[in-house]
Design a protein around this ligand. Structure first.
Ligand SMILES: [Fe+2]
Ligand SMILES: [Fe+2]
Length: 316
């Protein structure tokens, strides 16, 4: 007699068959928890990521640059909203998610705890930070959880515009004066290593990775994604005519990839633990924005209630 298949076996079989898991489907508790952690962390990163760039809206060097930057930052707000909605399908409320961010229980990408010192930083963020995000997110379009995968498809389309607007800023500056080019070099020196850290710890130090890959929450490992990012970015740096700040960076013919130097994981864990240059500032800004936005939420709820009453009346 055939052994009766457990829920877990059937679930894993569906994943292996590349079927999408939907909100109403049975799923292991750990799969649900893992997704809530990953998608909400992603949502928080989109929202907190608006802060370092928002710092430059009023100082953008031209009307055209200001419009592009405004559009990009608004896109990021939209990404946050799609992703909060995707997380809510897993039976957790928006309030709870926001509370986890504000209390420090939930994380967001450490990269947003670095300051934006010059206009070139806005270019470097678009090129490197959005570039790294795309690498990660293109792979996530095939993630096993349906609502997350669908949100990713839309997000990826917008991310490529973000990367191009950043690269265009840098290209213009690199073709300008020596001071402008120096400014680009300085920004890239500061953003390069944190961008590589965005992919997370090396595979042998990433405890959740194996299970996430088995469940196809993640489709590629941290190190695979990081390597792809380096391979894509080095030729783009050559076009800009700037140097990436890594003396060990060189093309390895045998591997068919660029080798690069060791990452300073101490710095990564320090920033993750809350000791980065802007961690406190970011949380203060988020909590203040949330408090000041209370009247908007209340007004939206009052309006929704009014509409509901109207519908009840019409039906009656
Ligand atoms: Fe985004
Ligand atoms: Fe973006």
């Amino acid at each position: 007699m055939d052994a009766i298949k457990s829920f877990e076996d059937i679930f894993q079989q569906r994943i292996d068959d590349e079927q999408k898991i939907e909100a109403r489907d049975w799923m292991p508790d750990a799969y649900r928890k893992s997704l809530i952690r990953q998608i909400s962390q992603h949502a928080h990163s989109e929202i907190v990521g608006m802060l370092p760039e928002g710092n430059w809206i009023s100082r953008a060097p031209s009307l055209k640059r200001k419009l592009a930057l405004l559009a990009k930052i608004q896109d990021e707000a939209g990404h946050g909203l799609y992703l909060y909605s995707a997380t809510e399908t897993l039976n957790i409320s928006r309030e709870e998610l926001i509370e986890q961010l504000h209390s420090g229980k939930a994380k967001y990408s450490s990269i947003f705890n670095y300051p934006t010192l010059t206009w070139a930083d806005i270019g470097a963020i678009g090129w490197l930070v959005d570039g790294a995000a795309i690498m990660n997110q293109v792979a996530l379009c095939r993630t096993s959880y349906g609502p997350y995968a669908r949100a990713m498809v839309r997000i990826c389309k917008e991310e490529s515009f973000h990367q191009r607007q950043g690269y265009d800023i840098l290209l213009t500056m690199c073709r300008g004066s020596k001071e402008q080019k120096d400014m680009v070099q300085d920004a890239v020196n500061r953003w390069w290593w944190p961008s590589l850290m965005m992919f997370g710890p090396n595979d042998d130090a990433s405890p959740n990775s194996t299970q996430s890959l088995k469940w196809k929450i993640k489709r590629l490992s941290n190190d695979e994604l990081r390597q792809r990012f380096v391979d894509m970015t080095v030729p783009q740096a050559e076009i800009l005519g700037i140097k990436l700040p890594d003396p060990l960076l060189s093309y390895n013919v045998e591997r068919g990839h660029y080798d690069f130097g060791p990452i300073d994981w101490d710095e990564f864990y320090q920033v993750l633990a809350g000791n980065g240059p802007c961690n406190k500032e970011r949380m203060v800004a988020r909590i203040k924005a949330h408090k000041e936005g209370a009247w908007v939420r209340e007004a939206a709820m009052a309006y929704a209630e009014k509409q509901k009453q109207k519908r009840v009346k019409t039906v009656a």
